[in-house]
Write a protein that binds this ligand. Structure first.
Ligand code: ATP
Length: 236
């Protein structure tokens, strides 16, 4: 098994946010997690990256229990997250932000190769490599957040709302780039409000409601499902 969440429960204080979810991600897939605000999508991603710990159940990567590791050890296993809200270090340059994403890698030649690949994916970042990240546009900051996650040379990329707040033309470009990243061999777990675009890109999807998985299917079947259409795809 590649990546697997088994009976995962997460609590914030006394309040349980995830009530025992099961999700599996096969190598090479794009799996999308859909759900309304507060369904637990971000909590699910943070559980995979080790930022929150389960109260019961666990997260397994090639059968190793990730939930027993620190988050930097999870990164070292090849699992990186691009957080919601384009969290970049505003007072550092584009290049400095990118190098921070490679903190687990001591192989300098490899870091430079990865950087070259990221500049191919996002030429805009290369043009603006010396600019302070805080002065980038929203779309550019999103590219930088994804680029920084890629600097860890991940096997699994966790993307939280990459299209949030972007103009439609940039949304398409971000989704195209996610496809290219996946085709280069990176498995992707994608949390998205833009359910239609996410399902068009994904192999399979999970629908979450208040801390539970209520549906799981191939992306094509979810796109064609009348319940999903009514709840998440604007009725058609
Ligand atoms: P959104 O799309 O709005 O980001 P989401 O599906 O990602 O929502 P989560 O952010 O995972 O949902 O939140 C799941 C539940 O856990 C919510 O009820 C939320 O209020 C709660 N929650 C999230 N983070 C915390 C926290 N740090 N402390 C307490 N409760 C939290």
């Amino acid at each position: 098994m590649f990546l697997e969440l088994r009976n995962l429960h997460v609590k914030y204080g006394n309040v349980e946010a995830l009530h025992g979810i099961d999700i599996r991600v096969d190598e090479g897939e794009i799996v999308t997690i859909l759900g309304a605000n507060g369904a637990g999508k971000t909590t699910t991603l943070m559980s995979i990256s080790g930022l929150v710990k389960p109260s019961e159940g666990g997260v397994f990567f090639r059968d190793e229990p990730l939930h027993k590791l620190h988050s930097h050890e999870v990164v070292a296993r090849g699992i990186t997250q691009s957080p919601e809200g384009r969290r970049v270090f505003g007072t550092l340059s584009v290049l400095e932000n990118l190098y921070l994403g490679a903190f687990t890698c001591r192989d300098k030649a490899r870091v430079e190769r990865t950087l070259g690949w990221i500049f191919e994916l996002f030429p805009r970042l290369e043009e603006r490599r010396g600019q302070l990240a805080g002065t980038l546009s929203g779309g550019e900051q999103q590219m930088l957040a994804i680029g920084r996650a890629l600097m860890g040379d991940p096997k699994v990329l966790l993307l939280d709302e990459p299209s949030l707040g972007l103009a439609p033309i940039l949304v398409k470009s971000i989704f195209d780039t996610v496809r290219t990243i996946n085709q280069s061999g990176v498995t992707v777990v994608l949390v998205e409000q833009n359910a239609r675009a996410a399902l068009k890109l994904a192999t399979r999807g999970y629908v979450m409601e208040v801390g539970r998985v209520v549906m799981e299917d191939s992306a094509a079947s979810l796109l064609a499902n009348p319940e999903v259409q009514a709840a998440y795809l604007g009725g058609g």
